[in-house]
Design a protein around this ligand. Structure first.
Ligand SMILES: [Zn+2]
Length: 181
């Protein structure tokens, strides 16, 4: 379950309804947002996109937020509504907004800043490995064990794991039940 990032929009635009597209289709307003997420090492398919106008979403958003999901409110109307509903959120300028922030690099930098503000977790992947100077919380899913005898003890208490994507290593306490099948 990696649906820890929830982006709440207001409602489907008339244009989106006309075209029959939704957030997940990466069309219209979603394009700059998806580009920003990819640049931050986040797969849009790991995120949830909902519209506040769809009242069925309210309870799901509330529950997810109470379970620690990061909720991003896109646009002032949604930010106001979530405040009213007492759901904690991080504000996000709607990707369709006019003006200077719409410039691609600027919007990507802005979204990354808001993700850090929300303490969102970034996913380290081959396409977007964690950089050495990266900040924020990163998840490393593709780990390999690179041996547990670096300290010279044949059955040491720790195992060393390495992320196949970024090369970072960790020493972990060896789980007792890890051997055998
Ligand atoms: Zn990594």
């Amino acid at each position: 379950m990696k649906k820890h990032l929830i982006f709440v929009g207001e409602k489907r635009s008339p244009r989106a309804i006309q075209l029959g597209v939704r957030w997940q289709d990466e069309a219209l307003a979603a394009k700059p947002l998806f580009a920003a997420l990819w640049a931050c090492g986040i797969e849009p398919t790991d995120c949830t996109f909902v519209n506040w106008f769809d009242e069925r979403s309210h309870n799901a958003i509330r529950i997810a937020a109470s379970l620690g999901a990061c909720v991003f409110a896109m646009g002032q109307k949604v930010q106001y509504a979530l405040s009213e509903a007492k759901i904690p959120f991080t504000p996000l300028v709607h990707p369709a907004v006019r003006g200077r922030i719409r410039k691609r690099e600027r919007y990507i930098a802005y979204v990354q800043g808001q993700l850090l503000l929300a303490k969102a977790r970034f996913l380290c992947s081959l396409e977007h490995p964690m950089q050495a100077d990266a900040s924020g919380r990163w998840e490393h899913d593709d780990m390999e064990e690179i041996g547990d005898q670096e300290d010279g003890w044949p059955s040491g208490d720790t195992v060393t794991m390495r992320c196949r994507c970024c090369g970072k290593t960790w020493s972990l306490d060896a789980p007792l039940a890890a051997s055998g099948s």
